[in-house]
Ligand binder design. Structure first.
Ligand code: TYM
Length: 336
């Protein structure tokens, strides 16, 4: 992508953590939209590996997970010729701006983040400062590229609001420095729920493997997980109160097929949940099949991956350095 086009179209930025298991929730809530936005916008995407060490990582597996996340996103349809795509730790401006933004973020604001509360309860033996200040790093990721929009699932909305507050605060003190970004949350798929406890979001950190579907799960595994999905006793395929499990399955079906919830209800009238679960699993398997095939090709071609992530990092550094320098000058650092 040339830098002149960067100035014309609106800028999109988003990132994903390389956690080893990229789920159907990640795909339907975020990645699918990353792919479809590529023509209309100047998109910049990253694998957020700096964020990932807020929980302990085993070095060998971590290295592999970063590479696999990169390959999987290409397999999902991220085109690095259109959308610069890099690995966060390769671009040093992120950690630098994160430190600066930490000094413009209040303790009270970070304490209110629900993800911090959830994760610190889950990892009570490792409530590190990085887990606490994680949203300032996310704000740095976004603000460095002067992003107009950030495609994310519902669970990241609060972090986006904090990003806007930090940017407004900084701009209020020093004059216009950062673009104020908007969240881009799709109407369908932005909150895929657990298949086992459908009042909770589908999360790769769930210990019950039947709660989530991974993008790379084999077809028979996907089928088994959907067959085991928790439903209700009404046995009618329709959206309704107290039908969290079925509402979730209808949401997934609607996102992968493009059909509305009403069309799905009509299609499955008089049929039991067993048939419906199989149909949802089959639709998901078909959407994931080409991604899984492309993933095998990409992961076998490490030279290509290295070439692409180097190119992405070079572009990202050039662009982000401008914003970092601008912010540092405003603060009063001796720049240049
Ligand atoms: P992460 O890695 O947890 O998730 C990546 C994306 O997937 C979305 N998502 C879901 N969407 C719908 N249903 C679900 N069950 C579900 N689970 C996850 C997330 O909302 C996210 O969009 N902090 C971020 C990564 C990040 C980032 C950024 C995002 C780092 N820097 C800058 C945007 C901009 C995270 O942990 O996402």
């Amino acid at each position: 992508m040339s830098e002149t086009t960067t100035e014309k179209k609106k800028v999109i930025f988003s990132a994903i953590q390389p956690s080893g298991t990229i789920t159907l929730g990640n795909y339907l809530g975020a990645l699918r939209n990353w792919v479809s936005l590529q023509d209309e916008y100047n998109c910049i995407y990253a694998v957020a590996d700096l964020h990932a060490i807020t929980v302990r990582q085993e070095p060998k597996a971590f290295r592999q997970n970063i590479l696999e996340a990169y390959a999987l996103l290409l397999a999902c349809g991220i085109d690095p010729e259109k959308s610069p795509f890099f690995i966060q730790s390769h671009v040093h401006t992120h950690a630098e701006l994160a430190w600066i933004l930490n000094c413009y973020t209040q303790f009270g604001e970070l304490s209110r983040m629900t993800q911090f509360k959830d994760k610190s309860a889950k990892h009570a033996d490792n409530v590190n400062a990085g887990l606490f200040t994680y949203p300032s790093l996310m704000a740095a990721d976004i603000l460095l590229y002067q992003a107009d929009m950030v495609p994310v699932g519902v669970d990241q909305k609060q972090h986006l609001e904090l990003t806007r507050n930090i940017a407004e605060r900084f701009n209020g003190i020093y004059g216009s420095t950062f673009k104020i970004p908007e969240p881009y949350i799709a109407e369908v798929g932005s909150k895929v729920m657990s298949l086992q406890e459908p009042t909770k979001k589908m999360s790769k950190s769930d210990e019950n493997v039947n709660a989530w579907v991974a993008v790379l799960d084999k077809p028979d595994v996907i089928m088994k997980k959907f067959k085991r999905a928790v439903t209700d006793s009404e046995a009618v395929v329709r959206v309704g109160e107290g039908k969290d499990g079925i509402n979730n399955l209808i949401g997934i079906m609607s996102t992968v097929t493009g059909k509305t919830a009403d069309e799905i209800a009509v299609e499955f009238e008089g049929k039991g949940y067993g048939d419906f679960k199989v149909a949802v699993a089959e639709a998901v398997i078909e959407v994931l099949r080409p991604i899984q095939e492309r993933f095998s090709d990409y992961i076998a071609n490490k030279d290509y991956l290295v070439e692409q992530y180097h190119k992405g990092a070079e572009f990202a550094l050039r662009l982000s350095q401008r914003t970092l320098t601008k912010a540092m000058k405003k603060i009063g650092y001796l720049v240049g």
